[in-house]
Design a protein. Sequence first.
Length: 157
Amino acid sequence: MPPVAAALAAQGIPHRVFRHAGPVHSLEQAAYERGQQPEQVVRSLLFRLGEDDFAMVLVAGPAQVSWRALRRYLGQSRLTTATEAEVLAVTGYPRGAVAPFGLRRPVRVLVDQSVTAQSEVSMGSGVRGVAVILRAADLQRALRDAEIGNFCDDPAR
C-alpha cells in the first residue's frame, strides 16, 4: 500500500488507489488515464519560506500559484519553490508523488479554493506512477488543520 493511502486509511478516509500502466509525462495524461479532468488532479507544491521552514500549497490541475498572493498571505517578502532534494527531505516523497499525508515531518498546508471546487480529486500517493483518488470533501476532512484560501492567479484577469 502506498504511504499516502496508508495514512488516509489510518484516518478512516475513503479513497482508492490508481496505478498508471506506464510512465506519466503530463498532467493531462494523468487526468485522462484516471478518467478525470485536469482540474481534478491536485498538485502538492512545496515552498521554502526560510531556513528549515516550508509550506505546502495544494492547487487544482493547471492552476498557477500567485506569488504575490502567497507572499501576502504568509507575510513573507521572499519565498522560493523547494529544490528536489528539499522536497524529498521534507516530505519523504519524490517530485510527482507528493501529497500532504504521511510526511516525514509536519508542514503547514494551504489549500487553494480551486481544489475545493471539485467533487472528486486525485493526488500523489508517495510512489511515482500511483495516485490516490478521493472525494474533495473527504480530502478537506482529512486536512482539518489546512488553511483554505485563494493562492492562485485568476485566469479571467
